[in-house]
Every structure is written in C-alpha cells, then in structure tokens.
Design a protein around this ligand. Structure first.
Ligand SMILES: Cc1cc2nc3c(=O)[nH]c(=O)nc-3n(C[C@H](O)[C@H](O)[C@H](O)COP(=O)(O)O)c2cc1C
Length: 169
C-alpha cells in the first residue's frame, strides 16, 4: 500500500474474526516497529507478543478498553527500557513512534489493529508488568491489538486549517 494511502485510511479496528495472523505478517509488523526513529537512535524498545489465551484473558480482565484482545488473538506490548533511555519523555515518544509504525504496517497488510494505552495509567502499567513479569527497568508504554479484521471503517478527514500557525501563533 502506498504510504500516504495507509496514513489517510488507517482506523482503529476493534472487531476481529478470531483467525490468527500469519507468522510472516507478525514479523513484518514487528520489523516496522523496530524501524521507527528514536532519540539519539538509542532504540530503547522491547516488544512482548502475547498470544497465549490465558495471558490474553488476564490482560483483557484489567484493561477496561482492551476487551477486543481475546477475539483478535494477538497483542504487542511495546515497552521502553529506562536503562537505555532514562529521559521518560523521550522513552514514551520512541515507543509511540514505534506503535504508529506498527499500526500502519498492520493496516498496510490488510489487518486490523488498535492502540490500547497503558502509560501513564499506573494501574494498567503495574498490572501489565505483573502479568508479563517485566523487569523493573522495562516500562510498558502501549499495547497494539492486532488481528484479522471483521469491520471496515471509513476514512475521516481531520485536517483543520484553524489549527495551523505559520511563522508565529
Ligand atoms: C495513547 C492512545 C491510547 C488509546 N487507547 C485506546 C484503548 O485503550 N482502547 C481503544 O479501543 N482505543 C484506544 N485508542 C485509540 C483511539 O481511541 C483512536 O485512535 C481514536 O478514537 C481515533 O480513531 P482512529 O484510530 O480510528 O483514527 C488509543 C489511542 C491512543 C493514541
């Protein structure tokens, strides 16, 4: 898919068929995640791919807005390594850029995906760290739920000239 077409047509997909995604598609999606820019090029990101039913159920139990995970069958938890990037703002931005790449790659492959926020909601990051057995320096920033989609969404135009400021506010 053309990059601009992907950007303009990507939407959050929350309905899934339950079919598993192909291994090669998962690899492509993860590669896209790794490819994102990062401050100082530290690449402080780690990825936990969750497909185990029991683990998925545990996550869906505590994540109020992640209830689509069991049907999708796959969650990618994008984590930041505080030891590699101690500046938390940069860590969040590095992981967010990676998440956006993952969303676009999934869309480009014809799959559905949705970003489910974790950081900085303490009850979500703590519960996720607990379920995934994350080391202390690894912060779960966001989860991308990805699967074979069972809905199509219209492209939306969010361009707003009034929010663009040229040369000064
Ligand atoms: C930081 C962040 C956290 C989000 N968390 C959730 C979530 O927990 N559950 C969910 O269904 N969607 C979540 N979303 C998706 C937004 O609801 C969605 O991007 C927004 O409504 C715009 O719709 P679109 O993605 O279809 O363009 C999140 C998006 C971002 C950027």
């Amino acid at each position: 898919m053309d990059i601009l077409k992907a950007i303009f047509t990507r939407r959050s997909i929350r309905k899934f068929t339950g079919e598993p995604i192909k291994e090669e598609d998962l690899k492509t999606i993860l590669k896209a995640g790794f490819q994102a820019p990062s401050a100082h090029n530290y690449q402080p990101r780690e990825y936990v791919v969750v497909r185990d039913k029991e683990t998925i159920e545990k996550i869906a139990e505590f994540h109020t807005y992640g209830k689509m995970l069991p049907k999708a069958g796959c969650g990618i938890i994008v984590c930041g390594d505080k030891n590699k990037q101690p500046e938390i703002g940069f860590l969040i931005e590095d992981c967010s850029a990676s998440i956006q790449n993952i969303l676009l790659a999934a869309h480009g492959l014809g799959l559905g995906a949705v970003w489910c926020g974790l950081y900085s909601v303490t009850k979500l990051t703590e519960a996720m760290a607990d379920v995934l057995n994350l080391p202390e320096n690894i912060i779960p920033i966001g989860m991308v739920v990805v699967g074979v989609k069972d809905e199509d969404k219209q492209e939306v135009d969010r361009y707003d000239e009034s929010k663009i400021h040229y040369d000064r506010w």
